[in-house]
Design a protein around this ligand. Structure first.
Ligand SMILES: [Zn+2]
Ligand SMILES: [Zn+2]
Length: 189
């Protein structure tokens, strides 16, 4: 790979997560330069995402950003709690991640968390964090609020955690940039 990947703090390894592709050279449809790393969904280079140029050019119509503007409450919801610059960075200068519904970013320590990768139970065992994630699911669940599983979690935390870890959903692992805690989100097809 000839090119350097800029650092996306909310999505630190976007080649491993499959959001960017490599292996040949394409022309970036934003800056026109040749690039050997591009968004899986469109020929856009990482620099154009990182600088905000792609967002300025294609805006929310483009399938390139994290939370887009159709999730406008992100801004309203977190203004005052999260630094404006961080909200801006997530919404306009961070590549989204591949998921069934639309990418959501959990919040911890007054900041968005970093998306690590999509996981199954085996990955968590390998990483040595299965118990940590189980405890997290039992106690806090996999959504900030309004999780339809909350009732189930309160009634039977163990079954709830199991249903997420081995159920038919996709699981997205995040990590707090500040206290390093792992969090999990999930969605269904
Ligand atoms: Zn570009
Ligand atoms: Zn934290």
């Amino acid at each position: 790979m000839g090119q350097q990947m800029p650092y996306f703090k909310y999505h630190p390894d976007p080649i491993r997560t499959g959001v960017f592709q490599t292996g040949q050279t394409v022309a970036c449809s934003c800056c026109g330069k040749e690039t050997d790393i591009w968004l899986k969904s469109e020929h856009i280079c990482p620099d154009c995402i990182h600088s905000g140029k792609a967002y300025d050019k294609f805006g929310a119509d483009s399938n390139l950003n994290s939370v887009y503007d159709y999730n406008t409450d992100y801004r309203e919801q977190y203004t005052g709690m999260i630094d404006e610059a961080n909200i801006e960075e997530l919404l306009h200068r961070t590549p989204g991640y591949l998921c069934n519904q639309y990418p959501v970013w959990p919040v911890h320590c007054n900041d968005f968390c970093a998306y690590i990768m999509t996981v199954h139970e085996g990955n968590l065992i390998q990483m040595g964090i299965l118990e940590e994630i189980k405890t997290y699911l039992r106690k806090e669940g996999a959504f900030d609020e309004g999780d339809y599983g909350t009732e189930m979690r309160l009634k039977n935390p163990e079954a709830y955690a199991e249903s997420i870890l081995i159920g038919g959903c996709d699981r997205y692992l995040f990590r707090c940039l500040h206290c390093r805690k792992y969090l999990l989100r999930y969605d269904y097809d």
